[in-house]
Design a protein around this ligand. Structure first.
Ligand code: NAD
Ligand code: UDP
Length: 316
């Protein structure tokens, strides 16, 4: 049983590779390192069941040998990353998704798309259920990511309906944990990096916008269970514990006795005001719900970031 994981050197892709190997899969990870890091998979280099190929999955894919599953995780995911690489993001969501689906079709493999809660845009309903169609600005700065993922979902459903590919779609809500890049620009790494550097913590806008943060091991467990299910329509995986970004910043600040104050900076355009997954479907279909509390998950993640920071400081 061999699985191909696109974006396998990224934050989530590398944790998925670990889980697949633990489930006795052989894994071929594909990545071009646009936002990933070889360090995320360095621990797998001696594993005979793990293989890596550096390539851009927006270009036609050539994969030799049998493949039973294609997991398509390649895409910049942090807002600053996809704003820096808008065309690459559109390409990997469109051409990249088609290439990954063509591979699954040619190998008669199953397919899972890493989609996103961004498909709901700036939602008018909360929590967000999978049946909500969303409110996305199709021409705003975030559209390069949101619309690419919506296109990717539409393409996945078309390959399922028209070509009979056994496809699955996970809508991932904000996830955190070890192997996030300390400088990836998302709220959690930003706040931690700022606290570690002794700089003020930047909350965008008034900080009343909400998010719901899921620890990475919970997310990967939900994705693995979905991949083994018969569900073809999008399924939310995330932690429904919702909090304001101001509250989140204050909680992180509390871990650092010498942290600077919180300052406010302008809210990015189209920044969603609220986000919370309705996970009733995942619970009903495959008995999944998150187990790790925010306190526990933050503790583990901050330990990781502190170690990374100390290592980087040591090598300077
Ligand atoms: P990440 O940036 O850490 O990982 C993405 C990986 O894809 C990187 O290793 C990058 O180098 C690789 N990649 C990008 N374009 C590529 C290309 N054309 N060819 C080959 N490799 C390419 O981000 P992540 O947080 O691990 O996100 C992984 C997936 O999960 C993405 O598809 C993202 O949209 C989705 N997602 C993540 C979150 C989250 O909270 N982390 C939320 C919603 C959706
Ligand atoms: N945010 C913030 N300060 C930062 C980085 C992010 O206040 O330094 C806010 C951002 O505007 C958003 C929330 O935190 O409202 C989550 O941002 P993130 O980039 O982590 O993910 P998003 O959910 O927007 O994709």
């Amino acid at each position: 049983m061999r699985a191909v994981v696109t974006g396998g050197a990224g934050f989530l892709g590398s944790h998925l590779c670990d889980r697949l190997l633990a489930e006795n899969w052989e894994v071929l990870a594909l990545d071009n390192f646009i936002t990933g890091d070889a360090a995320n998979i360095a621990h797998l280099s001696g594993n005979p069941k793990f293989h890596f190929e550096r390539c851009d999955v927006s270009e036609p894919l050539r994969v030799e040998g049998p493949t039973a599953y294609v997991f398509h995780f390649a895409s910049p995911a942090s807002p600053p990353d996809y704003l820096k690489f808008p065309i690459e993001t559109l390409k990997v969501g469109s051409y990249g998704t088609m290439n990954a689906l063509d591979l699954a079709r040619a190998k008669q493999a199953k397919f899972l798309l890493a989609s996103t809660s961004e498909c709901y845009g700036d939602p008018e309903v909360s929590p967000q259920t999978e049946t909500y169609w969303g409110r996305v600005n199709p021409v705003g700065p975030r559209s390069v990511y949101d619309e690419a993922k919506r296109f990717a979902e539409a393409t996945t459903m078309a390959y399922h309906r028209h070509h009979g590919v056994d496809t699955h779609i996970v809508r991932i809500f904000n996830t955190y944990g070890p192997r996030m890049r300390l400088n990836d620009g998302r709220a959690l790494p930003n706040f931690v990096y700022q606290a570690l550097c002794g700089n003020p913590i930047t909350v965008y806008g008034d900080g009343k916008q909400t998010r719901s943060f899921c620890y990475v091991s919970d997310l990967i467990d939900g994705i693995y269970r979905l991949s083994q299910s018969d569900e073809h329509y999008p399924t939310n995986i995330g932690n429904p514990t919702e909090l304001t970004i101001m509250d989140f910043a204050e909680r992180i600040r509390a871990y650092f006795p010498k942290a600077e104050k919180i300052i406010h900076e302008p809210l990015p355009e189209d920044d969603p005001k609220q986000r919370r997954p309705d996970i009733a479907k995942a619970k009903r279909l495959f008995g999944w719900e998150p187990k790790v509390s925010l306190e526990q998950g933050l503790g583990w993640t901050l330990d990781y970031f502190k170690e990374q920071f100390a290592r980087a400081a040591g090598s300077r």
